[in-house]
Design a protein around this ligand. Structure first.
Ligand code: NAP
Length: 253
């Protein structure tokens, strides 16, 4: 039956940045589909996510690391595999943002953003793939943005990193498709989270953005869950290197 293809029973997922926002919603969706879930955040505080995952009868592992610091990323996938015995799904979701005119962009902030969004995604993908290859199967889902396709305004590091994540997705997908690992990228539009709060409430940009969204509203994080479960499941067995907007029509305007 086709709906059985979407089940994730017995699978193990690592979702970065699952403490709140989109990562929390994706962790909950994966748990509802049957997966045990590990989270990585800087604060190591994901109690609400734990409650949601455990309410599905699934196990939760809370890891603490700053993904912007390479040394703190070492061994994260191993810790997940040690706890659960396997690692089937990686969602590279954790992210930060920064808004500066290009000529004023602080160098340290640019480099940190690139570490969190791009270098950590590559590092964790390589770590996870080592475990996935043991079973000849795995799913890597990167979180892009509509800024994977657009330049935005004064977000040069963010837009560069989100464009690069599409390149990383395609490159890993072609390298690993023959090993049974599917690598794809979800590109959300405007989602109501802490990260996007200042933009949504900005008296100028907030209304401008809302007016341009064809569906006429921002999304809730849980509206991304179905696509994530699909990409993490056997239903997406032939999906390799797809860059998928989920944006209320934003990119079609
Ligand atoms: P959010 O609400 O700010 O949540 C970000 C999560 O990532 C938190 O759990 C945070 O936990 C964690 N995190 C941030 N930096 C980290 C680091 N250096 N190391 C480890 N964990 C870190 O953000 P969000 O809106 O859900 O965004 C999630 C992803 O979606 C990001 O990649 C973002 O670019 C992308 N996205 C968001 C939107 C949107 O409109 N919201 C649109 C398109 C794409 P700690 O603070 O404890 O570290």
């Amino acid at each position: 039956m086709v709906l059985d293809l979407f089940k994730l029973d017995g699978r193990v997922a690592l979702v970065t940045g699952a403490g709140r926002g989109i990562g929390q919603a994706l962790a909950y969706a994966l748990a509802q589909a049957g997966a045990d879930v590990a989270s990585v955040t800087r604060s190591g505080s994901a109690e609400e996510t734990r409650r949601l995952v455990e309410s599905c009868g699934r196990q939760f592992l809370d890891l603490q690391a700053d993904l912007g610091v390479p040394e703190q990323r070492a061994g994260l996938a191993d810790q997940v595999a040690e706890k659960f015995g396997r690692l089937d799904i990686l969602v590279n979701n954790a992210g930060v943002t920064g808004r500066h005119a290009p000529e004023e962009y602080p160098d340290a902030e640019w480099r940190y953003l690139m570490e969190v969004h791009l270098n950590a995604a590559f590092d964790l993908a390589v770590q996870a793939a080592a475990h996935m290859q043991k079973h000849g199967r795995g799913k890597i889902i990167n979180i892009g943005s509509v800024m994977t396709f657009e330049g935005g305004l004064n977000i040069s590091a963010y837009a560069s990193a989100k464009h690069a994540i599409a390149g990383l997705t395609k490159s890993l997908a072609t390298s690993w498709a023959s090993k049974g690992i599917n690598v794809n990228c979800i590109c959300p539009g405007y989602i109501e989270t802490e990260l996007a709060g200042p933009l949504q409430s900005d008296p100028v940009r907030g209304p401008q953005i809302l007016e341009r969204i064809p569906v006429g509203r921002w999304a809730q994080p849980d509206e991304l869950g179905g696509l994530c479960v699909f990409l993490a499941s056997d239903a997406a067995s032939y999906m390799h290197g797809s860059i998928i907007p989920i944006d209320g029509g934003w990119l079609s305007m």
